[in-house]
Design a protein around this ligand. Structure first.
Ligand SMILES: Nc1ncnc2c1ncn2[C@@H]1O[C@H](COP(=O)(O)OP(=O)(O)O)[C@@H](O)[C@H]1O
Ligand SMILES: [Mg+2]
Length: 244
C-alpha cells in the first residue's frame, strides 16, 4: 500500500486552496495532519478519497495515487473499498435506522457469512457489541462516531482517513477513540488523522505533516516536528505538553 500525492493544486472558486502539495505515505504508517482552521486540511483529505475532483468540483491539477489507482479516474464508491473516510460530524455519514444496518452497508455485496463476520469484528474493535440493534440517533455523539469508524472498518480498506473525529467529544470519549485508532493501526491499517490534539499525536503518530495556508510546510518525524517550537508558534499549532 502506498499513497502518492504529487504537485497537487486545488481551488473551489478563484482562490487557491491547495498549493503544490507533494508527499508519500507508506503502508502501515500513522500520519497526523495539523494546521490552523481554514488552512485546507479537509480539502486535502477530500482529495485523498477522491471526493475531489469526482464529486466536488473546482480547479484540480496534479495527481493523487492510491497504489496504482489514480483518484481522478475512479468513482468515489470504487475508491471507498480502498480508502475509508470518517467525517468530522458523524451525522454527515450515518443514514441507516440501526447500527447493524449502517455497518452492513459497506460489505453489503459480500456473502452473508462474510458480512456477519465483518460486522462482528468491526463492532468488537470499537466496543459497540451490545448496541447493534439501537437507532444511531438514540446514541451519544461518541457512540455515533464509533459507528462511523465501525462502518469504515467493515469495508476493510487498507487506508483510513479521519477528519478531526474527536473535535466534538469530551476528553474521555476522545481518549477512547484515540485508543481505537491506535489498535486499528497496530492491526496493519494505514491511518491519516487530521487532529488538533497534539498531545495525542505526540503519543501515537510516527510522522506529522504541518499545513499552513494551503501548503505542507513541514513533513517529518513527530519528534522533529513537535520540537520545532518556532514553527508551531508561527503556524498556530498547540505545543504538546507530553513529548515522546
Ligand atoms: N465547498 C467550498 N466552496 C468554497 N470554498 C470552500 C469550500 N470548502 C472549503 N472552502 C474554503 O477552503 C478553505 C480551506 O477549508 P478547509 O479545507 O475546510 O480547511 P480546514 O479543514 O483546514 O479548516 C477555507 O478558506 C474554506 O472557506
Ligand atoms: Mg476541516
Amino acid at each position: 500500500m502506498e499513497i502518492t500525492v504529487k504537485s497537487l493544486n486545488f481551488s473551489y472558486t478563484k482562490k487557491k486552496i491547495l498549493k503544490n502539495i507533494s508527499f508519500k505515505i507508506e503502508g502501515g504508517e500513522f500520519v497526523g495532519l495539523v494546521g490552523s482552521t481554514g488552512c485546507g486540511k479537509t480539502t486535502l483529505a477530500y482529495c485523498l478519497n477522491g471526493l475531489i475532483p469526482n464529486s466536488i468540483k473546482g480547479k484540480f491539477s496534479g495527481r493523487v495515487m492510491i497504489n496504482d489507482f489514480d483518484t481522478k479516474k475512479h468513482k468515489v464508491s470504487e475508491m471507498a473499498r480502498r480508502v475509508g473516510f470518517v467525517f468530522q460530524d458523524p451525522d454527515w455519514q450515518i443514514f441507516s435506522l440501526s447500527v447493524k444496518d449502517e455497518i452492513e452497508f459497506g460489505p453489503r455485496n459480500l456473502g452473508l457469512d462474510k458480512i456477519n463476520k465483518r460486522v462482528k469484528n468491526a463492532l468488537k474493535i470499537v466496543g459497540l457489541n451490545g448496541l447493534k440493534n439501537e437507532e444511531p440517533n438514540q446514541l451519544s455523539q461518541g457512540q455515533r462516531q464509533k459507528v462511523c469508524i465501525a462502518s469504515v472498518l467493515a469495508t476493510d480498506p487498507e487506508f483510513i482517513i479521519l477528519d478531526e473525529p474527536t473535535s466534538q467529544l469530551d476528553y474521555k470519549n476522545s481518549k477512547n477513540i484515540h485508543n481505537i485508532l491506535k489498535k486499528i493501526n497496530k492491526e496493519g491499517k494505514t491511518v491519516f488523522l487530521i487532529e488538533h490534539d497534539t498531545d495525542f499525536l505526540a503519543e501515537y503518530c510516527s510522522r506529522i505533516l504541518v499545513m499552513n495556508d494551503g501548503r505542507i510546510v513541514k513533513d517529518n518525524t513527530t519528534k522533529k516536528v513537535f520540537s520545532d517550537v518556532r514553527l508551531l508558534k508561527k503556524t498556530g499549532i498547540k505545543i504538546p505538553t507530553v513529548m515522546t
